[in-house]
Design a protein around this ligand. Structure first.
Ligand code: 5GP
Ligand code: MN
Length: 339
């Protein structure tokens, strides 16, 4: 965040009475961590802010301090609607377009009278905010919130709870400090958060070591379904609704499954197709290593987007038709996949 933006933000905060913070639908570790981190930062500056998430978030994020006070739009629509309508300042975190909050919230945000501040690291940010702090080189929105705190000379005010929130989002969005977006600066931010009271071991255990037996069995099914297309350096997994039901699927259970494809030697493109009978769609996650942009691939062919190496999308076709379409596309991308 540059000095002009810091000035602008201070001016907006000085006038704001009703502040809302909103992340994207299906909030992940970075979405929850950054909103809670920002909320605590604003509190340290004397401002109350309410977090509203579009829909519920996974159990593996519900231990984060403050997460119980988050309002969930899908469960409390009328209350959240009135809060959004009466807000004079709305921070949108970890997304680049109102549509990423789902249809109903998108309409509310589009019509809101509030000023907007965007803090985000996804490509092609939409032009709705009064302050757009967008940086696609950032590891995570949590790292960007830290930058805001630093720009306000407020690092010393970071509490253990706030440090925990920001650490969590950086941890999950970097794939445990593994993705290309992880820089020496990312590690310096993490070091500072440890100094401010984040407990790395505890956070890692809370995120990664809380599997239910049914989730591990679901992973077994996913790995059994893995298809390796060595000729395209690609691997994909399918999960039908029936398979999910058989293992008592709950939100978050398939988180990270897609990454197993990339652990195969020579594979640079990994995909998971997850059937959602209720919504009548196949939800797709794309991951890559190196130069193959899954953001562009998801945008162009599967109504989605994200980052160069991690993106999501959807298909309204059946699982079979979706996979057939995907396989056909691979032939067209043979050169890009260096296959
Ligand atoms: P995931 O595969 O974990 O759902 O998402 C990977 C990344 O892509 C995340 O940064 C997420 O915000 C983004 N993403 C997921 N689904 C969509 C989508 O439908 N549209 C766009 N623009 N981004 C998405
Ligand atoms: Mn993120």
């Amino acid at each position: 965040m540059n000095t002009t933006q810091v000035k602008q933000l201070k001016a907006l905060l000085a006038k704001a009475k009703n502040i809302i913070i909103v992340p994207h639908k299906n909030p992940d570790g970075d979405a929850i961590g950054s909103t809670l981190g920002l909320q605590r930062f604003l509190a340290s500056q004397g401002h109350d802010a309410q977090i509203i998430v579009p829909n519920d978030f996974p159990k593996f994020l519900k231990w984060i301090p403050g997460s119980k006070d988050i309002l969930i739009f899908e469960y409390q629509q009328a209350h959240c609607k009135s809060l959004i309508e009466n807000a004079d300042l709305i921070f949108t975190l970890d997304f680049n377009h109102f549509s990423r909050t789902g249809q109903q919230m998108e309409a509310l945000l589009t019509n809101a009278k509030a000023k907007f501040v965007m803090i985000d690291h996804h490509q092609q940010p939409a032009d709705y905010a009064d302050i757009t702090y967008s940086d696609t080189s950032m590891s995570s929105t949590c790292e960007m919130v830290y930058n805001v705190v630093e720009a306000f000379n407020a690092v010393a005010l970071i509490s253990p709870e706030m440090a925990t929130s920001l650490y969590t989002g950086i941890l999950t969005d970097t794939g445990s400090f593994k993705y290309r977006s992880t820089t020496s600066r990312t590690h310096r931010v993490i070091a500072s958060l440890l100094d401010q009271g984040a407990e790395g071991t505890t956070i890692n255990q809370n995120i990664f070591d809380n599997n239910s037996p049914s989730r591990l069995h679901l992973l077994g099914t996913a790995l059994n379904n893995l298809v390796i297309l060595q000729e395209y350096r690609t691997a994909f997994i399918t999960m039908t609704q029936e398979e999910l039901d058989k293992h008592n699927y709950t939100k978050g259970d398939t988180e990270g499954f897609v990454n197993y494809g990339l652990t195969l030697e020579g594979i640079i493109f990994a995909v998971i197709f997850i059937e959602n009978k209720e919504e009548g769609i196949i939800k797709i996650s794309f991951r890559s290593v190196g130069d193959f942009s899954v953001n562009q691939f998801a945008r162009k062919h599967f109504n989605g987007g994200g980052h160069d190496n991690a993106a999501g999308g959807r298909s309204d076709d059946s699982m079979e038709a979706t996979v057939t379409k995907f396989k056909k596309l691979l032939e067209a991308y043979k050169t890009a996949l260096h296959a």
